[in-house]
Write a protein that binds this ligand. Structure first.
Ligand code: HEC
Ligand code: HEC
Length: 341
């Protein structure tokens, strides 16, 4: 009985929302208390129906030019929504992009999208992937026809309250689905939740080093997702063929800078870095990445001063790798809510 007034208040608030579909009464899906609450844009509230539509769209190959590629072709649930171990992904007609497909776990928390930050919202990002000639090369007319088909009509109605099909709505649904992909179940998470034995002695040593002024990792890989959401040059090349953030800002100070990636599930997503490689070749193991940082990287005018010779011992390097492996949350790979419908 005590709850009735609260429900009544909710109905009132929901009634005022600009979105025709009522938002859920509670955070959905629930995000554990040690992570920030997921923020859904005011013009794209989350509903179960929109998530369901978004999941169908995410897995639907018919949305690409040849009917061969879906978002999920390059963001594979079993690979933590990356396409490891590929260095670059293959899109329609065998076209290859230039960059390594990032995992999209916890991507709802990111402030900028893509390695160079050229999109600022997930909605905008999805539109980019959809129309990109090397990714899906969608024909918007064909897509609209498909989305008006019987299979989709009911989902469309449930998610948006009417059956008018538009690309922004497609992107809203896909983005809403993506915001539900939250990883918070690694042993590191359990440690943060107070289970101190969730990490081994070696992993705890690696964690201390990771957050220390000796290794400096956490000066960029900070916060719950181990990223500052900023762009840095970590000294991978003498010459950057992919100029990274510079392509967006045209500021010479941004030459060769890329977005700090989340390290959640990093062990599952080789090869590493925006292009999967460095001056010295492919970076396929976390050991190689730690060696890269420990050696101070390749000299480059924009290289961040924190990337410098660290003087780590072999046991210290091993502990850093062990800590990064403890960031693995394998529940992401099999969570039924995110599998192909
Ligand atoms: C052909 C492979 C391919 C397909 C298909 C594809 N992506 Fe991607 N995705 C990538 C690559 C590669 C990047 C990194 C590109 C860059 O940074 O320039 C990326 C980046 C992203 C990002 C940014 C993540 C971050 O941390 O910055 C998101 C989100 C994303 N894709 C979602 C999607 C969605 C949604 C679809 C379907 C509409 C899709 N992708 C289709 C390969 C693909
Ligand atoms: C100056 C900021 C900075 C510091 C310090 C730093 N990183 Fe990074 N890290 C980045 C950026 C930026 C990238 C992506 C670089 C690129 O692709 O060009 C990255 C990439 C990575 C990757 C690859 C992840 C992936 O998905 O490809 C790993 C692993 C990593 N860092 C671990 C570490 C460790 C361990 C340390 C400490 C020894 C460290 N980082 C120190 C900014 C930093």
């Amino acid at each position: 009985m005590r709850y009735i007034p609260i429900v009544a208040v909710f109905v009132l608030i929901a009634g005022c929302a600009s979105d025709p579909v009522q938002p859920l009464e509670e955070q959905f899906p629930s995000v554990p208390a040690h992570l920030p609450a997921m923020v859904y844009p005011a013009n794209n509230v989350i509903t179960r129906e929109k998530v369901d539509l978004g999941r169908h769209l995410f897995y639907d190959k018919r949305l690409s030019n040849e009917g061969t590629i879906a978002c999920a072709s390059c963001h594979v649930a079993a690979q933590s929504f990356s396409d490891a171990p590929n260095q670059v992904s293959q899109g329609v007609q065998g076209a290859r992009g230039l960059r390594n497909a990032p995992m999209i776990v916890n991507v709802g928390y990111r402030k900028m999208m893509f390695w160079d930050g050229r999109a600022s919202t997930l909605e905008e990002q999805a539109m980019g992937a959809f129309l990109n000639s090397a990714e899906m090369q969608a024909d918007t007319f064909a897509v609209a026809v498909l989305l008006r088909s019987d299979v989709y009509r009911a989902k469309w109605l449930a998610a948006f309250g009417d059956t008018s099909v538009s690309m922004p709505r497609v992107m809203q649904a896909v983005a809403t689905f993506e915001r539900t992909i939250v990883s918070a179940n690694s042993r590191y998470d359990r440690f943060l939740q107070g289970h101190l034995n969730a990490l081994s002695a070696l992993e705890r040593k690696g964690m201390q080093l990771f957050f220390s002024s000796k290794a400096l990792c956490s000066s960029c890989h900070s916060g719950p997702d181990l990223t500052d959401d900023l762009f840095h040059n970590v000294g991978l090349f003498h010459h950057y063929f992919d100029r990274g953030r510079y392509n967006v800002t045209k500021d010479p100070l941004d030459e060769g800078k890329f977005k700090t990636p989340t390290l959640r599930n990093v062990a599952l997503s080789p090869p590493y870095m925006a292009t999967g490689d460095s001056e010295k070749g492919l970076l396929t193991t976390l050991e190689q990445v730690v060696d890269h940082y420990n050696d101070g990287g390749t000299p480059f005018p924009n290289k961040d001063p924190r990337v410098k010779k660290l003087g780590l011992t072999d046991p210290e390097k091993a502990s850093l790798v062990a800590f990064m492996k403890a960031l693995t949350d394998s529940s992401v790979l099999t969570n039924p809510a995110w599998q192909q419908p």
